[in-house]
Design a protein around this ligand. Structure first.
Ligand code: GCU
Length: 396
């Protein structure tokens, strides 16, 4: 594999595919033509060649969920723990959701929904948080680490601003083990003799996105205290949040935190993580057919700005970190910036900054963006920006 490029002067010349250009060379000029022709066409490219086709979601959530409720953070919020079946069969795997809601809200609240890396119990040092079956399956020899990742979720800040949060351990849907196709959601859809998805079928990012959509099914049909849902994810789980958001218009707003390659960052820049690097190091995240683009970013029929256009006209926030060069902060900015064409078609402002903003200065258009000081992480400052962005779009 070529050396990693961190030098702006070595970024190759590239031309981005125009999301409004039809294959026959004509230009999409109306929202109707975008929604009826071009958007479905571009979405199918991501489905067929990149994240892979996922099976349809079950129509209903039939089995009763097991719910435990606690008051948390000195009565700032309530935490409900709910077991959500991924499928409707008796033997279905389940995901354990922690749903935090602010106490004292008079109407259903808008919530963030995101997968976590280390288990729901990593958000709070509290023994009442249940350990999910996915965590037991994959980490039973590890330290439990209650509260070890609390700083990534800023729960008190979220609740005190009147928003909720729902979170699920990502491996309740599929583990991140390199060859982990067994005992995961994939295996429930295999035909006889199949041991892994077909080359055009879902990878792990597709499966996580599917799980997020299943979680939305649950929240929007069984939780009367939940109003709108904002998908939020960090890094690999930010890639999944974006992919879930573009597929599902029940996602009112999406937040990509340091999502990098195959998230918000342009692939053609080949800065930091490349298509070849992601497919080599994380061979089951994208579909197998996507591996044909290793070292051939310019052959891609889309780039990641196209993914952001599929969120239009809904708000999207893209966040970078100064020291997170592997995720290509400038490429993440450009991924948002070049989505503007489609936001403008809707009469929306898109990303208003024409240059990458200076450090720690958010730009808040329909597409929000900031680059903060520090590393690949989620910080209280990041959350403050997401909450301001949610206020701006959902409360004014
Ligand atoms: C690796 C991977 C990235 C990913 C990151 C993460 O660095 O190469 O694509 O975003 O892990 O999920 O933290």
């Amino acid at each position: 594999m070529p050396d990693v490029n961190y030098d702006e002067s070595n970024v190759p010349d590239y031309t981005l595919p125009d999301p409004l250009l039809r294959d026959d060379g004509t230009i999409i000029k109306t929202i109707d033509a975008w929604e009826s022709e071009q958007r479905p066409h571009l979405l199918s490219i991501f489905e067929e060649q990149i994240y892979g086709q996922a099976p349809p979601l079950p129509d209903t959530i039939d089995r009763t969920s097991h719910v435990v409720e606690h008051i948390v953070f000195d009565a700032l919020g309530v935490r409900r723990q709910i077991t959500v079946p991924l499928l409707n069969s008796e033997s279905s795997p389940t995901m354990l959701m922690s749903l935090y809601l602010p106490v004292g809200a008079f109407a259903p609240v808008d919530i963030f929904l995101g997968l976590n890396f280390n288990g729901n119990h990593s958000l709070e040092p509290d023994d009442s948080i249940l350990i999910s079956s996915g965590w037991e399956r994959h980490n039973s020899d590890d330290e439990i680490g209650r509260g070890a990742k609390a700083s990534l979720w800023s729960l008190e800040q979220i609740l005190s601003r009147g928003y909720g949060l729902a979170t699920i351990y990502h491996a309740d849907i599929t583990t991140d083990l390199k060859d982990g196709y067994d005992g995961n959601i994939f295996s429930y859809f295999y035909k006889d003799g199949q041991t892994q998805p077909e080359p055009n079928q879902w990878g792990a990012i597709g499966a996580w996105a599917w799980g997020l959509r299943r979680a939305m099914d649950y929240l929007l049909t069984h939780e009367s205290s939940v109003n709108r849902i904002m998908l939020m994810g960090h890094s690999r789980l930010g890639k999944a949040a974006l992919w879930a958001g573009v597929q599902d218009d029940r996602c009112a707003l999406a937040v990509s935190n340091n999502s990098g390659c195959m998230g918000a960052a342009l692939s053609r820049r080949a800065f930091g993580e490349t298509v070849e690097a992601i497919n080599t190091n994380w061979s089951r995240w994208l579909c197998k057919d996507f591996h044909q683009y290793n070292g051939k970013e310019s052959d891609l029929p889309i780039d990641q700005h196209t993914l952001i256009t599929l969120m239009a006209p809904r708000p999207v926030y893209i966040a970078s970190a100064e020291d997170d060069l592997w995720a290509d902060p400038y490429g993440e900015f450009l991924g948002g910036y070049h989505a503007n064409l489609v936001y403008h078609l809707y009469g929306k402002e898109g990303l208003t900054a024409t240059e990458q903003p200076i450090l720690n200065q958010p730009s808040m258009g329909t597409i929000g963006y900031h680059i903060r000081t520090g590393e690949h992480d989620v910080t209280a400052f990041d959350w403050q920006c997401y909450l301001d962005f949610a206020d701006y779009h959902l409360r004014t």
